[in-house]
Design a protein. Sequence first.
Length: 141
Amino acid sequence: MERTLSLIKPDGVARNLIGEVIRSFEKAGLRVVALKMLRLTKEEAKEFYIVHKERPFYESLTDYMSSGPIVALVLEGEKAIARCREIMGATDPAEAAEGTIRKTFGLDKEKNTVHGSDSPESAAREIAFFFSERELLAGTR
Ligand SMILES: Nc1ncnc2c1ncn2[C@@H]1O[C@H](COP(=O)(O)OP(=O)(O)OP(=O)(O)O)[C@@H](O)[C@H]1O
């Protein structure tokens, strides 16, 4: 069974989409095994997105990600990483497939409502970024 890290970004929390986003994942058979609401500092956002530090959108993205509360979720299921990304849709909501979270709710390329880990390595790193072993154990069924 695979695990992935998903975030409901500030635009999703601000527009009362927490339930809708979690529903989309649960409907597709992914199980929530850990969850919390928090607000990243600018420094934490920069650390989380460190792989993008050379990209032109790094400053704007990390300002945005630290601009309001987010929800962090650990999702579990078969091929959870790929399935989560499929349910989210393409980075740019304008290019995302019909029925995906980003197509339905995303505002633009940056404010695209959700994040999902892109590989087993990033999932492990990102899960550990937000959750302790104890918090992860608590959700194990
Ligand atoms: N051209 C861009 N302009 C502004 N923001 C962008 C741009 N490209 C990506 N971003 C922001 O940076 C995030 C990470 O970019 P990445 O290319 O890793 O996309 P992703 O893998 O689809 O998204 P995520 O990693 O958040 O699941 C995007 O989700 C988006 O919020």
